[in-house]
Design a protein around this ligand. Sequence first.
Ligand SMILES: [Zn+2]
Length: 225
Amino acid sequence: MHGESRWAAVSVVRILQNEKYKGDLLMQKYYIRDFLTKELEKNDGKLTQYYVENDHEAIIEREIWDAAQLEINRIKEFKRNHQIRELGSSSLEPFYGKIFCGCCGGRMVKKSRKSVWRCINSGKEKGGFCKAKPVEGHKMEEYVSAAWAQLVSQRENLLSGWEKDIAQGNALERLRAAQMKELTEKYPDWFQVAKNTRMVIGEIIIGGDKGCEILFMDGVRLVTD
Ligand SMILES: [Zn+2]
């Protein structure tokens, strides 16, 4: 299976930390809004729960399971490195926890009802030392949109890297590369892929001298100005 049909299978898999469950998965105890860990939501009865034994589907799940373990660790490390507790979840901005200040490296945050992202180390009233200017939410979208367009325009050049990851990478690298390959083909415009933001955007660095730097989930890094 390829592409979205494969990801759809993931949307109902509970990610289990314990390896002994690898073959047999309790389906839909949790479901996943994004396809991996951070969007886990408990299934409160909206979806039927059922148990899948190690049948042909488990081959798919196993691949996904491996990717999920790697993603769990990646997120843990990302949070530890950046000293953050939350990454974008359903109730929060998809960019939440992923935007950092290009001047001081601090996190960029957005007050719920405001549309401006600010460095946590800026703001005179709080004794902030960072001089980075705030970034309007729509401006952030524009940067990301421009970066996506740039990525799509370079698709032909990126293909070999994705193919290589798909052939040789670990489960997570294979999955991310396959996603990027497909999404850049199907959704050339950002507004089309925006609903998959969490699948696509790893990190954004903004507010320094370099414009906006975006790290995509497959490891490609782009700078737009
Ligand atoms: Zn800053």
